[in-house]
Unconditional design. Structure first.
Length: 323
């Protein structure tokens, strides 16, 4: 049996207003689950989905996707420094009699508790941050972490862990501390049980990059240099080639346009699909070419995975470039 789904902030606020107009105020903490209508209706097709937050919408029971894909290879988001989203960071905010505060920073945050997940019912709808919820991406909802934040979630029952992007609010249940996307829950192996005890650890993008660079330098230093097998001139050439390969960064180029507006239009679509920087690189003076590129990625394999996502969504024929 699926767990009772977490309710996005907008839906809960609608219910809160309705409750306030028909019931006396309560001083003790309330459990939002007691204010929700019975959830018995199946998830309808997207074109017949009732208005978000309406009573009819709230009576729909969340569900697994109809044809669950293999999400074992879905890439984890690369933590990056980015400003807070325009939406979803108001503090304090109140939902059904409970007041919550958004943390000033995610740095140093850790917590242990029960995590649940949400799926088909919310797929394609807007999250609290304004992004579309995609149950096949590695995302999560949290009550107090700034949006967006990046955290590592570890299933304490089996040791499996994933990195997710926190871009939504919820779950508003006292016994649960996080709502995971379908893909993240699948990777942690908590789909069948509906919930699982997890440890949440916030990731600081700058510290993560510094640690990765230090680890890379340590591995390089620990690897003995091969004995020269050629005259010095050849040895110098070989060293230069190795240095260039080590410094190469991989980008996925989605398209190239002479019109900046066309490049910007494609960029806005790609941003909805991937959790990596999407930039427009302009080259040339008289008639510049505007290239829409995703990255950088540390390995060719990471770039290839993102290329497949672009192809699957019919956004062109991407190519992997280095610079």
């Amino acid at each position: 049996m699926l767990r009772m789904p977490a309710w996005p902030l907008a839906a809960l606020l609608v219910l809160a207003l309705a409750a306030c107009s028909s019931a006396p105020s309560q001083r003790k903490p309330v459990n939002p689950i007691t204010r929700l209508p019975p959830q018995t209706k199946p998830v309808p097709p997207p074109d017949k989905m009732p208005a978000f937050g309406s009573d009819e919408f709230n009576r729909i029971k969340d569900a697994y996707p109809d044809n669950p894909p293999d999400v074992s290879q879905v890439p984890e988001p690369e933590p990056i420094d980015e400003p807070r989203s325009r939406y979803g960071n108001k503090s304090p905010y109140t939902v059904l009699g409970e007041t919550y505060r958004v943390l000033p920073t995610a740095k140093g945050y850790t917590a242990t508790g029960k995590a649940s997940w949400y799926g088909k019912k919310f797929h394609g709808l807007r999250t609290s941050s304004g992004e579309k919820y995609d149950m096949y991406k590695m995302t999560a909802a949290h009550r107090s972490l700034p949006l967006p934040s990046y955290v590592r979630v570890t299933n304490l029952a089996n040791g499996k862990s994933v990195v997710v992007k926190v871009n939504d609010r919820g779950p508003f249940h006292s016994e649960r501390i996080m709502d995971l996307s379908y893909a993240a829950a699948a990777r942690l192996d908590i789909l069948k049980s509906g919930t699982g005890k997890v440890r949440i650890e916030a990731i600081d993008p700058a510290e993560r990059r510094a640690a990765q660079q230090q680890e890379s330098g340590t591995r390089t230093a620990a690897t003995p240099a091969p004995a020269p097998a050629a005259p010095p001139a050849v040895a110098v050439k070989s060293f230069s080639s190795d240095a260039a390969a080590a410094a190469a960064r991989f980008f996925v180029q989605v398209g190239a346009f002479s019109e900046p507006a066309n490049a910007a239009g494609l960029q806005s679509k790609v941003v909805e699909l991937v959790y990596a920087p999407v930039t427009i690189a302009s080259e040339g003076d008289a008639t510049p070419i505007n290239r829409v590129q995703i990255g950088p990625f540390p390995t060719r394999e990471d770039a290839d995975k993102v290329s497949q996502i672009i192809r699957d969504n019919n956004l062109g024929t991407p190519i992997v470039v280095t610079r």
